[in-house]
Design a binder for this molecule. Structure first.
Ligand SMILES: C[S@@+](CC[C@H](N)C(=O)[O-])C[C@H]1O[C@@H](n2cnc3c(N)ncnc32)[C@H](O)[C@@H]1O
Length: 226
């Protein structure tokens, strides 16, 4: 079944919650690295591998514009501490990347993002060596679950000074909760933490935000899932 396109209509509650979590994460990440003496003057790197076009059908900002607004909010500190900002936006849909490029150019940004329109695996290969060369924040907002292979997961956990945040489709976890034998489509790395936290009761009783937080607690060191 093709993934539904969430950009052709207004973002739903779940997507808004996800983006709120992303915004909080970016904001907190920036505060940590802006105040860490050890990284003074080092470039900050941001990789959004499933960036989308920048906004939903009503102009509500998606992850790339959220990142940019958080960066602009601390622009003075970034400049005072002499951090170069490197931004990588990718989406395999060339039309979405075109749209994002146009939105960015209207903003006259002080930093020039890089744009690619590649399948995730190719985009990841292209920039993998750069991740972690200086403080890096990687955002992987895939539509399904299959892009985080063991190799990708290992590369991210082994990269220096790299935090990553990824989301997976909650429908995949539903399938896992419903039928633990059907593990084949769900990457093995998720099995343990998912089965601990994603009990049907937790999900059914929770507001979308609570569900997200319950799941993000599953592995505090670097992994968050919605
Ligand atoms: C869940 S949406 C991301 C939304 C985005 N973070 C935002 O806030 O608007 C997933 C995006 O991934 C793109 N996509 C789907 N499969 C992909 C793949 N294999 N490689 C790269 N991008 C892909 C889709 O075009 C879609 O824009």
């Amino acid at each position: 079944m093709p993934a539904r396109d969430l950009h052709i209509k207004p973002f739903d509650e779940g997507t808004k919650t996800k983006l709120e979590i992303y915004r909080s994460y970016v904001r907190a990440w920036l505060q940590v690295f802006l105040h860490a003496e050890a990284f003074r003057g080092k470039p900050f790197q941001f990789f959004d591998f499933f960036s989308g076009p920048g906004e939903d059908s009503t102009g509500e900002p998606g992850s790339p514009l959220i990142l940019l607004s958080e960066l602009l909010a601390v622009r003075t500190e970034i400049e005072q501490h002499r951090h170069d900002i490197r931004i990588f936006f990718n989406d395999q849909d060339a039309g979405k990347i075109d749209n994002l490029q146009q939105l960015c150019s209207k903003k006259s940004l002080p930093w020039q993002p890089r744009f690619e329109s590649l399948d995730f695996a190719d985009a990841f290969k292209k920039v993998q060596k750069e991740i972690g060369l200086s403080p890096s924040l990687v955002f992987i907002d895939q539509s399904g679950v299959k892009q985080i292979t063991r190799n990708v997961f290992n590369a991210l956990t082994q990269a220096g000074t790299t935090d990553f945040l990824f989301f997976t489709a909650s429908s995949a976890k539903w399938r896992l909760v419903n039928c633990s034998r059907r593990k084949s489509t769900f990457p093995k790395i998720f099995h343990t933490q998912t089965s601990i936290v994603s009990s049907r009761t937790n999900i059914e009783n929770g507001h979308p935000r609570e569900c997200s937080l319950v799941i993000s607690r599953s592995k505090r060191n670097r992994i968050s899932m919605v």
